[in-house]
Design a protein around this ligand. Sequence first.
Ligand SMILES: NC(=O)C1=CN([C@@H]2O[C@H](COP(=O)(O)OP(=O)(O)OC[C@H]3O[C@@H](n4cnc5c(N)ncnc54)[C@H](OP(=O)(O)O)[C@@H]3O)[C@@H](O)[C@H]2O)C=CC1
Ligand SMILES: N[C@@H](CC=O)C(=O)O
Ligand code: NA
Length: 438
Amino acid sequence: MGFKLGILGLGTVGCGTVQLLSNCDGRHPLLEEIEIYRVGVQNPDKPREVELAKGVLTTDLEAIVTDPEIDIVVEVMGGLEPARELMLKAIRNGKHVVTANKAAISRFGDELYTAANQAGVYVMLEASVGGGIPVIQPLKQSLSVNQIQAVTGIINGTTNYILTRMQDEGSSFDDVLADAQKLGYAEADPTADVEGLDAADKIAILASIAFDGGINREDVYCEGIRQISKTDIEYAQKLGFVIKLLGIAKKVNQSSLSVRVHPTLVPSGHPLASINGVNNAIFVEGEPIGEVMFFGPGAGAGATASAVSSDILNLVSQLISLPESSSKDSKYKIPNLNPLLASFHQKDCQLAPPEELVTRFYGRFLTKDQPGVIGKLGTCFGKCGVSLESVVQTGFQDKLAEIVVVTHDVTEGSFHKALDEIRNLEAIDSIPSLLRVL
Ligand SMILES: NC(=O)C1=CN([C@@H]2O[C@H](COP(=O)(O)OP(=O)(O)OC[C@H]3O[C@@H](n4cnc5c(N)ncnc54)[C@H](OP(=O)(O)O)[C@@H]3O)[C@@H](O)[C@H]2O)C=CC1
Ligand SMILES: N[C@@H](CC=O)C(=O)O
Ligand code: NA
């Protein structure tokens, strides 16, 4: 066997990867060149779904990333530290890195890429976004000749699974989340999924590739799905929408982008509206290609292992074609990194201030059942330049009238100014939900 792997982590993704690499039948023949040499875990006594040869399992992860025998380090342990430190150490020791860790890449991508480019090794991250869906390499390679205008994605499997089951079965949020955890979709701390943080990591990574620049992760606007109620799902359906947690990265003008995550009403005819369950989809708009959508399983052992293993295979294909002389000097270092595989940022991307962003809004208002209340709402919106696409009053909740409004495109600033006025109206009881509309 030609190339030795050191795998950090043997949980959902680690086990899936070991399983895939241990059964090469019917897969690419280059996989036969790979040896699972060491696997690092926290608790060596934990029962595992895979069997490893004697001596492979270790708790000494430091020894893996510095072991001169190892060619490729596969980081599937998750978390920020020690994952960052271990990846950096692996790179400085001349190892190529494959990672599924979007939290680390979205925050430390620049640092890791710079170190890797200096060391002449690759950092591969296909599994970090969209699970098994090939999207990182297609953006870096096949679509890189396009000028990208927008990348819009359902990029968290757990929340899409939860929203789909809430919509189809009327299930409760907590029950469905527990199922997503059992199925291995959710993060170790599912808050990252539910609060939209995982999707924010992923849209930051997609934006940095699509728009070829570093994104400051802390600047990504982020709202999760905890506040989505059955009532809003039903209203959305009546109005011809479905609610999805979207990551959106969009060119606002020549110099700035909008990069954000929030639950969004998606028109039921839009290709993203039909993406259900754990599936993810990434909808890319570019010039000259037009619209392209990548679709598939966004989480889970097998799907993610497919992405991790494809990165390993890509690396093996590079290593195997190294000239004899370079492999003598340094076993791993690649003298001229392939620019379509290597990661680097040309610049830092500027993000537009949130109040300047333009979108449609959905708002649900509870009001006293007084004559003229719809008119008063309309006047407040009108005064702030917010024009309304539809206004419906369909029900009552505890003697309060429920009014649902969908606006035309408006700046976030104008919409919030109108809301400030509306909150001061005597007839307004509360505003239970405000969502954006695609
Ligand atoms: N689950 C999924 O569907 C997907 C996950 N990812 C990403 O893949 C990565 C792994 O996720 P997943 O497999 O679900 O995570 P798990 O929690 O299932 O597994 C994590 C593994 O890493 C080991 N580990 C964690 N911290 C340490 C440490 N400090 N020292 C030694 N070992 C450690 C654990 O050891 P032990 O077993 O001994 O506890 C465990 O084997 C994450 O970055 C995640 O975001 C990406 C796409 C999809
Ligand atoms: N927790 C994540 C796993 C994949 O990245 C998700 O649910 O999408
Ligand atoms: Na992927």
